[in-house]
Each structure stands twice: as structure tokens, then as C-alpha cells.
Design a protein around this ligand. Sequence first.
Ligand SMILES: [Zn+2]
Ligand SMILES: [Zn+2]
Length: 195
Amino acid sequence: MPSPEKFRETLDAFNISPDIIEEMYIGFDGLVSKTNKKIKSAFFCQALNVMNEKLPAEKVQEIFEANACCKSGARKKASEEIARIQANKSIEEKLSLISSRPYLNMGSAELDENGYLLVHAVSYHPGDKFECACPTVSKVKRDYVIPREYCYCCGGHFKYHYEIMFGVKLKLIEIVSSPHDTDGEQPCQFRYQIQ
Ligand SMILES: [Zn+2]
Ligand SMILES: [Zn+2]
């Protein structure tokens, strides 16, 4: 989630009805990017719970993917650079190059037995638990569980960058695992279909 401002715009862009939006925002007036992380995290949890209850699953996924964070700036430059370096390489060669460069913050990826792209997001593991790759909710002390669908934000981030690096279109098929619904036992991982 890059910003509460963009998130709010996306809800209009996807024609979410005003009564659903109102329910998502109960108790959270005037959220902006600079709002304390603890409050933003609590808001996105509440908003997502309402969305899961009131909206079709594909819509929830689309909205969170559309709000994926960290797409521009240095990250995008790095992805474009990788795309240039590896323009003539096979997908296997590209995968090993990305995995061997942890400073890219692109985690690692492999092709599964069906030819789908399996991405292991860069994983934060500060103690004995995994944290979600999303900076908006990671490392926040909380006594509630954010639904796993939150990781469509992370999934959208990696989709964006791997599409640039590989020069292909990807479709996010599933969140393979998430720290949110596993009490930090597993990292954010995603499966994509290469289009
Ligand atoms: Zn995020
Ligand atoms: Zn995540």
C-alpha cells in the first residue's frame, strides 16, 4: 500500500459503493501517507476485512494489486537495468542472476514443475518470525491478524518488477503463503502465470 490517498482514489476508480467505503473507514478519518504506521496498519486490516466480506475475491485482488507499493524510483531503474543486461538470456539465466543479487530486493524466483513463476519475496526475518514484505505493515506490533489477501499488495509489487526484468506479462495466480495468516511462520510467496 503506497498511500491512503491513492487507495481511496482506487476505490472510486473500481466503483466501490459509498456505503461499503463508509464501513471501511469507520473510526479512521483523515488518513494520509504521513499517518502513523500503526494506525495505517489497523485501517488496512479493517478495510480488507470489510472488502473480503462485501466484494468478490477478484475485485479485492485487483484493488490491492493496483495499490502495490515501491514501483518507481531506484527500484524501477534497477529492474530496467536488469532487463537491458539480460535481454538475450533465457528465463533460467535471468532467474539465477536475480537470485544472486540480493541488493536488488527482488527476492528469488524459480519455475515450478508446471512452468509457473514462483517468487519468494524478499523476506524480513528480524526475530524468529517472517514479516510481510510490505513496508506499510511490517514490523508493527499488533494484536489482530491482517487477512492474507493483504499480500496482493506485495504480489503486485513483484509482478510489476518481474514483468520489467523479464519483458513478459504475468498474471498473479495465487498467494502461495503469507506471514499474516501463518503467525509469521511463512514468508510472502507468489505464483504467476507467464502470459
Ligand atoms: Zn505494499
Ligand atoms: Zn506480504
